[in-house]
Each structure stands twice: as structure tokens, then as C-alpha cells.
Design a protein around this ligand. Structure first.
Ligand code: FAD
Ligand code: SF4
Length: 423
């Protein structure tokens, strides 16, 4: 059997590994370890907020090692480093976001259809909505914002409504990419440093595991180290990427409302889609612990998330983001924040008691964007012919929408192309 090495076990890597395991000898190399959800109860952790213990967001890594934070002047980048990639930290939103792909001639209808049968995607969670969620939904309807229940990677019957979706689901009610890796060989804590390439062919993958240097022979290599990891792996292997990083910045707008318990609710239960951003209820744990304006009781905050499709401009170098929002990004964020303020005031919030969260982002991608010329091969001419990129890096534009489902649809199509050409 021919050997496939997959670098990264997130949305793209895990789906490619699952698909190719039928016909190839597949090994996944993953820089992080096994994912473990946050073990300590949030209410106990919240008691230490007043002590000044939570002064830097990077401290999260001590409690939740699979969550990584890169702090930059304007924004905080959140990403996953562990089996399942960032999908273990995801809120579970399952959204088709392929407008940009369609525009360059890539139609993934078959793959989205397959995914809808293979994964537990549902909108049947409305019966669990709390009073505050229902009220927010009504107000947004009255404002003609067209809120719609969010499709979720979820088994609603097992959901405990704990609101922990983005720090690890304790009951596995929320699906994540680890489920695709059952029965597949995964080398954990194994960070790929570079790919040896000669004669337009990827020959060996170099990695480090603890103090050991490892080498993996491969007939086909798939780079799926995420929008944050893939550019470094490619550049270390002599393949350049473009400074077209997008991150889908997130800003929460919140108000105090005593005892509403938005913290005990599925995160992002519904969504209003605007042209360049979405608005959705979201308890922002990052701000709750690390932003001084959020020193309120956990059950007395109503928070709305704005997720923006940012201008594709930025870079990653050696795991460090270089990204500043453009004036247009700021203008769109300000417009969305005004809408959120209006929603909160209609729900009864005091105008002077509305506060903002910490600007952060969790959807890095776009540094090896697919083009029209690559619509049938999904393979950049910059890559050796047996090396494919299969993650958010190949998305042609920022989405301002949850990308996992679309990345997995792309991974499926790329796997079919690999199976047809390399078996
Ligand atoms: C808090 C949060 C909530 C989110 N919620 C949602 C949501 O509800 N719905 C949605 O669609 N999206 C959501 N996202 C985004 C989504 O999780 C990511 O866009 C998606 O997982 C990206 O898939 P990927 O395959 O590109 O990379 P990832 O899933 O990030 O996987 C990349 C993997 O590669 C590994 N890796 C990196 N470098 C190396 C290396 N050198 N060697 C070996 N391995 C390496 C990493 O450790 C990681 O496991 C969320 C993100 C965050 C941060
Ligand atoms: S709210 Fe439901 S899906 Fe989210 S973490 Fe809790 S149990 Fe899991």
C-alpha cells in the first residue's frame, strides 16, 4: 500500500485521513497531544478574578493545554494544538460557506451532501433555548435582522447546556474531528519541521518528538497544519505563501442583566447573517476572565458576538501573527457594534452599561488561496505534484462564517483526487 503522511489532525487533516485510510497506509503527524477539556469548574475559577491572577490570556494554556493564544497589539489569536486541531474548541457551528469557492468555479455540492449524511448536523436544539435566548431572537426578528437557528455538530439529547462548547465539551454531545480519527495511526506530540523535496516531489517529512528527530517516507504528503501552522511548514520546505492572511475577527458587545444565565446555554444558538459579518449570542469566556470590563456575575451577562469577514491582508511567521485590521474592517465592526447596542437596549439594557469584549480571532487561513486555474485540481502549481494542502490555508477569501464544514468538504474532494491519481 502506498504511504500517505498527513500533517495536522484538525478539520482538514482528520477528514483527509479518514477518506484516504480506505486505500492508503495513512499516518497523521500531530504537533499537540490528546485533547482534555477544562477540568476545573468555571464558577470556582471565576472566584479568583478579583485577585488579579488572570492578567494575561496566555495563562489559559496552563489549564487547557490544547488551546493556544498568540497575543498581538490589536488582537488575540486563538487556535488549537492537539488531536482534533481547533475543532475541539469550536462552538460546533456547521455552516456551508462556499460562496468564494463557487465564484472561482469549485462546486462541492456532492461533498456537502455526503457530510450531511455522515456527521450529526442538526438545528433541532430550539426546544432547549433559555428565556434570554428566546427574547434575543424575538428582538432581532423585530429589527428585521432575520435570525435563523444555527446548524450544529451536535447530539442534542446528550447536551447538558453547560455553555462550555469552546473550552471542551464534557459529554461529547458536540461532535469534533477526533471522531474521524478512530482506528487511524496518529503520532502525537510530533511537530513537523519541514518536508524534503527534490525533483518536484515530496520525499520525506522531518519532525521532532521530544528530543528525537524523526523522518517519515511518503508517496503523498498532505499539509493540514491549519491557517496558522501550514505557512511555516511550507516556507521551511522552500515553498512560499502569500501575505493574504484572514482571521475572521470576533468582537463581543455585552450588557449586564441580572440572573439571565446566558452562561448556561448552547453557544451561538442562532445567527443573523449580514453581508460582511454575523451576529450571534455568545458567552465570551476569554473576556469574562481576562477583560476588566467583564467583572460581573457570570449569570448576569448578555453577550452578542460579531464575527467579521476581514480584508485578506496579513502574515504568519514562525507561529507569530502579523495582522492589523484595515480602516474598512474597523468601519464594519463599528456598524455591527451599533446594531448590537440597539438589540441590547431593546432587551432592556441601560445604554451606559454596555461594554465590549477583547478583540480576538480563531479562523486563520487564506495564505495559499485556490484560484480559478486550480478549480479542477485543487492543487497549487507552487507545490510538488505529490503534495497537497488541505486546510483553511487554501480558502480563497475570508468567510466571516464558521469554516469547518467547508474545509471538510474541500478535504473530501482533495482526497478523491488523490485516490484517483495516486492509488
Ligand atoms: C474558540 C473557537 C471556536 C470556533 N468555533 C467554530 C465553529 O463553531 N464552527 C466552525 O466551523 N469553526 C469554528 N472555529 C474555527 C475552526 O475550528 C477552524 O477554522 C478549523 O478547525 C480549521 O481547520 P484546519 O484543518 O485548517 O486547522 P486546525 O483544525 O487548526 O488543525 C490544524 C492542526 O495542525 C496541527 N499542527 C500545526 N502545526 C503543526 C506541525 N508543524 N506539525 C504537526 N502538526 C501541526 C495543530 O496542532 C492542529 O491540530 C472556531 C475556532 C475557535 C478558536
Ligand atoms: S453546551 Fe452542550 S454541546 Fe456545549 S459543551 Fe455543554 S454539553 Fe457540550
Amino acid at each position: 500500500m502506498k504511504k500517505v503522511i498527513v500533517i495536522g489532525s484538525g478539520a482538514g487533516g482528520a477528514m483527509a485521513a479518514r477518506m484516504l485510510a480506505r486505500d492508503f497506509d495513512v499516518t497523521v503527524l500531530e504537533a499537540g497531544g490528546e485533547f482534555k477539556p477544562l477540568a476545573l469548574p468555571l464558577d470556582k475559577l471565576a472566584m479568583f478574578r478579583k485577585t488579579g491572577l488572570y492578567f494575561d490570556e496566555r495563562l489559559i494554556q496552563l489549564l487547557l493545554p490544547s488551546m493556544r493564544i498568540d497575543k498581538q497589539k490589536e488582537m488575540i489569536m486563538v487556535y488549537g494544538r492537539g488531536v482534533g486541531g481547533t475543532t475541539t474548541l469550536a462552538t460546533g457551528n456547521a455552516v456551508r460557506a462556499d460562496e468564494g469557492l463557487k465564484r472561482i468555479g469549485i462546486c462541492l455540492d456532492d461533498e456537502f451532501d455526503e457530510l450531511s449524511h455522515e456527521l450529526p448536523v442538526t438545528t433541532a436544539h430550539q426546544r432547549f433555548w433559555s428565556q434570554v435566548t428566546k427574547k434575543t431572537f424575538q428582538v432581532m426578528q423585530q429589527m428585521d435582522l432575520d435570525p435563523q437557528p444555527m446548524p450544529k455538530f451536535l447530539r442534542p439529547g446528550s447536551c447538558r447546556l453547560c455553555g462550555h462548547c469552546s473550552i471542551g465539551c464534557p459529554s461529547r454531545a458536540k461532535w469534533d474531528a477526533r471522531e474521524l480519527l478512530d482506528g487511524i495511526r496518529v503520532e502525537k506530540d510530533c511537530r513537523v519541521t519541514r518536508i524534503e523535496i527534490s525533483d518536484n516531489k515530496a520525499k520525506k517529512v522531518h519532525a521532532v518528538k521530544g528530543l528525537k528527530h524523526l523522518f517519515f517516507d511518503a508517496d503523498v504528503v498532505i499539509v493540514a497544519a491549519g491557517g496558522y501552522g501550514t505557512p511555516d511548514v511550507l516556507r521551511a520546505s522552500g515553498i512560499d505563501c502569500q501575505p493574504t492572511l484572514f482571521v475572521d475577527p470576533v468582537l463581543c458587545v455585552a450588557a449586564t442583566m441580572q440572573g439571565v444565565k446566558q452562561n448556561r446555554q448552547l453557544l451561538m444558538p442562532f445567527v443573523s447573517r449580514r453581508e460582511k459579518y454575523i451576529i450571534s449570542p455568545y458567552m465570551d469566556w476569554l473576556s469574562f476572565f481576562f477583560n476588566r470590563s467583564w467583572r460581573k456575575p457570570m449569570d448576569g451577562i448578555v453577550s452578542l458576538m460579531i464575527k467579521l469577514a476581514d480584508v485578506e491582508q496579513g502574515d504568519v511567521h514562525k507561529g507569530k501573527m502579523e495582522k492589523l485590521l484595515t480602516p474598512l474592517d474597523h468601519q464594519r465592526l463599528a456598524e455591527a457594534a451599533d446594531i448590537c447596542r440597539e438589540i441590547l437596549m431593546r432587551m432592556g439594557a441601560d445604554k451606559n452599561d454596555i461594554f465590549l469584549g477583547t478583540l480576538n480571532a480563531g479562523h486563520p487561513g487564506g495564505m495559499l488561496p485556490l484560484t480559478e486555474a486550480e478549480a479542477s485540481t485543487l492543487h497549487s502549481p507552487l507545490l510538488p505534484h505529490n503534495l497537497y494542502v488541505c486546510d483553511a490555508s487554501i480558502l480563497p477569501q475570508s468567510l466571516g462564517l464558521p469554516p469547518m464544514l467547508t474545509i471538510m468538504a474541500l478535504a473530501k474532494r482533495i482526497s478523491k483526487i488523490i485516490a484517483a491519481n495516486w492509488k
